[in-house]
Design a binder for this molecule. Structure first.
Ligand code: ATP
Ligand code: ZN
Ligand code: ZN
Length: 861
């Protein structure tokens, strides 16, 4: 038997499968999707088996054998292997990069796989079988293996296979039948993470006395002691050093005196451990929900490939429709994947799914540690669950009988991965659904223009998405599994629009008031709160109702500026201003991590009038405290939610009404459902509008609609205030009237006029290098080559724009240039890009020039 293997070297030269011989003892272990070790020239590499065959079409004696099989069960299913190929073609990336993106990080980490004899051991199994009346005896070699493992306690699998080289099948059999248990010995970096923490003494008053005892020259030590006396709670060592501005030695010397202690404290815990979820029963559906559900149910039970775009206003009960559709899917004996944006993967969301489906649900998101993620992934692999809910990459869950894929908030830009493979989970989902003959539901209160347009174009639209030719040939060449092959043949999935235009139980959408901030300024109000919003908050405090305040952080500056000369602190390695972090008193670069301490004097004119503009949310919080003394504010932004479980903590507090105001960035806009929220305020609604991004209006409309949707979702009616400097902008006007269709029409017209997506498609090529002349030369050459190639396919109108300097012209000391390919038509042109890039292979290798390709980019930076 022979295996075709994609090796783990992301380079053009290795971007195809190599043949290897599968030695006899490994035969039972190797399958399509296995990870294997292979000899590669003088090296040993890891790789993925993408195909098995009984012969090779050249001298078999030249074919080298596999050296190792890395996993008990292949970490990838054949359809995922196939999908990886599709991704590499569609998004112009190396195939191995796509394969690697599909497996959990823990598998990539260094780890060892051991087995031990299962509890009860072989005897247990035998007794059970006899009770069944079935005398299935173990083979002598199996007994021998069990005895061997029992004798050793645990045995590393590679070593076991080596020892019983002739009985590879027998070992596998024992594991499959549960007589040997796999024990993962993962070095779990995340969960093992401990942080040095300074713990003050039990009687903090003593700190003052000790400070007195110190000689005058020990000023630093005194500072530490007095800081701790004022804040007598455990604090991270690193934080303390920042706060007081001392070195670790100073703190250590105090620890040596026994006046405080330094200990390693674990910072992460499992957010769902020991949680019990209250079981919920299906609700009787409202008429609009019922109509939508009936369509989905029909498609799911009918085994139809179908994409539904579900436009349901906020609070229309989309989640209940998802839940009941999943139930249908499970009743059919199939599996379901639910994707939600990372940011809205809140405990509340998870609770709804766990509450309905209990242990059948696996949760995958980035806040889990490597080990936790791996455990969830294993449940999927071993079919212990049939529903997975997760962020973007959960689309790669190794299910084999997918019946339904749900993408909530389908318009979210976070479904696009920003590093290679730069895939869009929505498009990958549609491809995967095609392989499984399954249904996709794209849900949103504000569907993206891309999806909307596909429903308008009906069937023809998917031509645009898939280049059928390559996927068909790939399927023919690769997949031994006929089921998958036959279903992948036609990915021509129809899009159907479903809608739920009203909230459940006829609750009204909240009235939205637009507040013109220019008018406020004109009448002398310089505060960031307009008078109407101020009054509305005051009223809520009075009535003990709750308020959600949104500050759009994108486009909101957190820079450092000298008020005397206008100097702005910039990163010395990137063309971007540094960001101020209040909590650590540092200024940092978001692109390369460069950091320095906050400035006290201007480096340019030595003036002391340096102003650190804190994050928008911090400023709003300060102002709230000033305006409403005693107000209880929960602030949620990147700074306050960095720690694991922080999200949950804040939201639970807010739900328990331990705060009056929930103030935050985008993360407060999505998915929250709190009965006592009757007021929503958008503080600066238009910050995004100023960004150089053709989706700015769409993003503004989406965000305002989402956040407005948090108000009045239950018995208490709600209202919304939108503060803006652009009150006449159509995105704000239409959002204030809950007029999705009005917005859509206007925006579609503009996009068509300016030749933007979804009418045209874009591919962004970014080149970077340390030397400008070489970079410019190369970019010019690339553009010329692209133009040449484009001219060869006159049937597809392709425009090559650039090269020009990227909006951020330098990152980490590397200059950046970009070319944009803009084209119309239904064929994927990634082949053309692929071809043009071969021109640059030598420069790439010799001069370490990097090129990144972004198909359908979401960010144009
Ligand atoms: N059939 C129903 N009968 C009674 N209550 C319902 C029904 N369906 C949903 N609800 C309730 O209505 C509220 C809103 O539903 P849900 O959160 O699913 O809306 P949504 O469409 O997902 O909104 P959003 O887009 O704002 O997240 C929830 O509290 C939910 O429990
Ligand atoms: Zn200055
Ligand atoms: Zn930088």
């Amino acid at each position: 038997m022979y295996a075709k293997v994609i090796v783990d070297v992301p380079a053009k030269q290795t971007n195809h499968a190599f043949d290897y011989f599968v030695p006899e003892p490994m035969r039972d272990w190797v399958a399509v999707g296995s990870r294997v070790g292979v000899p590669f020239g003088p090296r040993k590499l890891q790789g993925f088996v993408v195909e098995l065959d009984t012969q090779v079409d050249y001298d078999p004696s030249k074919v080298k054998p596999l050296t190792e099989v890395m996993d008990l069960y292949p970490p990838l299913t054949p359809d995922l292997v196939e999908l990886a190929h599709w991704i590499s073609q569609t998004y112009v990336c190396h195939e191995v990069t796509a394969l690697q993106a599909m497996i959990p990080g823990a598998l990539k980490a260094k780890y060892e796989r051991h087995v031990k004899v299962a509890d009860g051991g072989a005897e247990g199994v035998e007794i059970e079988m006899q009770a069944d009346g079935q005398h299935k005896m173990l083979l002598p070699e199996q007994l021998e293996i069990i005895e061997y493992v029992r004798g050793k306690g645990t045995v590393e699998i590679g070593a076991l296979l080596h020892k019983f080289a002739a009985a590879g099948g027998a070992v596998k059999q024992l594991i499959v039948e549960g007589m040997l248990h796999e024990v993962q010995m993962i070095k779990d970096r995340m969960s093992a993470k401990k942080v040095l923490t300074v713990i003050p003494p039990e009687q903090p008053d003593m700190l003052w006395e000790w400070a007195e005892q110190l000689p005058a020259r020990a000023a630093k030590q005194k500072q530490v002691l007095s800081y701790l006396a004022q804040h007598p709670v455990p604090i991270k060592l690193s934080e303390l050093l920042h706060e007081v501005g001392v070195s670790a030695t100073t703190v250590k010397s105090l620890a040596e005196k026994g006046w405080l202690s330094i200990a390693e404290v674990e910072v992460f815990r499992d957010p769902y451990a020991e949680r019990t979820f209250r079981r919920t029963e299906p609700l009787p559906l409202m008429p609009a929900q019922q109509a939508v559900f009936a369509r989905i149910e029909q498609a799911v039970t009918g085994n139809t490939r179908q994409v539904f775009l579900l436009h349901g206003v906020t609070g229309s009960g989309k989640t209940e429709v998802y839940l009941q559709s999943i139930q249908t899917c499970l009743d059919e004996g199939r599996e379901a994947i639910v994707l939600v944006p990372e940011i809205s993967l809140t405990p509340q969301m998870v609770e709804r799914f766990k509450g309905r489906f209990g242990d059948q649900v696996a949760v995958l998101h980035s806040r889990l540690s490597h080990g936790e993620r791996y455990d969830e992934w294993r449940k999927i692999m071993l079919k212990q669950v049939s529903v997975v809910i997760g962020a973007r990459s959960a689309i790669f869950a190794p299910f084999t009988r997918i019946g339904l894929i749900i993408i909530d908030e389908e318009h979210e830009s976070s479904y696009k991965q920003e590093e290679s493979p730069k895939y869009h989970a929505r498009d990958v989902a549609i491809a995967r659904a095609g392989q499984h003959q399954s249904v996709v539901v794209l849900g949103s209160a504000t569907p993206s223009l891309e999806s909307m347009k596909r429903t308008l174009r009906g069937k023809a639209s998917t031509q645009q998405l898939f280049d059928m030719n390559h996927i068909q040939t790939a399927a023919a060449a690769r997949l031994p599994d006929t089921a998958v092959r036959s279903s992948i043949d036609s990915l021509n999935v129809p899009f159907e629009l479903l809608s739920m235009p009203t909230r459940v139980e006829g609750r009204p959408l909240p009235p939205v008031h637009i507040v013109d901030m220019r008018e406020e300024l004109r009448t002398g109000n310089r505060s960031m709160f307009s008078r109407p919003l101020y009054k509305a908050i005051e009223e809520r405090l009075h009535k003990k109702e709750q308020t959600v305040l949104l500050l759009n952080r994108r486009g909101y500056s957190t820079f450092v500026m000298c008020r005397t000369c206008g100097y702005v602190a910039e990163c010395p390695h990137c063309d971007i201003s540094l960001t101020y972090h209040q909590s650590s008193h540092a200024i940092r670069c978001h692109y390369c991590g460069y950091a320095e301490r906050q400035l006290t004097t201007c480096p340019s004119c030595s003036s002391e009038h340096i102003r650190h503009f804190g994050t928008g949310t911090q400023r709003v919080e300060e102002e709230l405290n000033k305006l409403f003394p005693g107000i209880r504010v929960i602030r949620m932004d990147v700074d306050t939610t960095r720690e694991k479980g922080a999200h949950e903590k804040w939201l639970t507090m807010f739900r328990n009404r331990q705060a009056d105001v929930l103030l935050g960035t985008q993360m407060v806009a999505k998915g929250l459902d709190f009965p006592h929220v009757t007021l929503v305020g958008a503080i600066a609604a238009d910050t995004v509008l100023n960004l150089p991004d053709f989706r700015a209006a769409e993003r503004t409309f989406q965000l305002l609609t989402q956040v407005a949707g948090r108000a009045g979702r239950h018995d208490l009616p709600g209202e919304v205030y939108v503060q803006t400097y652009a009150p006449e902008h159509y995105s704000i006007l239409t959002a204030s009237k809950h007029d999705y269709h009005g917005f859509m029409e206007k925006e579609m017209t503009l996009r068509q006029l300016h030749e933007y997506p979804p009418f045209y498609r874009l591919i962004l090529l970014t080149l970077s290098h340390e030397q400008l002349p070489l970079l410019m030369r190369t970019a010019e050459a690339l553009a010329a080559r692209l133009k040449e190639l484009a001219a060869e396919v006159p049937t597809i109108p392709i425009e090559i724009l650039g090269p020009v300097a990227s909006p951020i012209a330098r990152i980490k000391d590397r200059y950046r240039f970009q070319c944009m390919i803009k084209y119309r038509g239904d064929t994927a042109i990634s082949g053309l890009v692929q071809q043009a890039l071969t021109l640059l292979q030598d420069v790439e290798r010799q001069h370490k020039l990097t090129i990144s390709v972004d198909v359908d980019p979401q960010m144009l930076m």
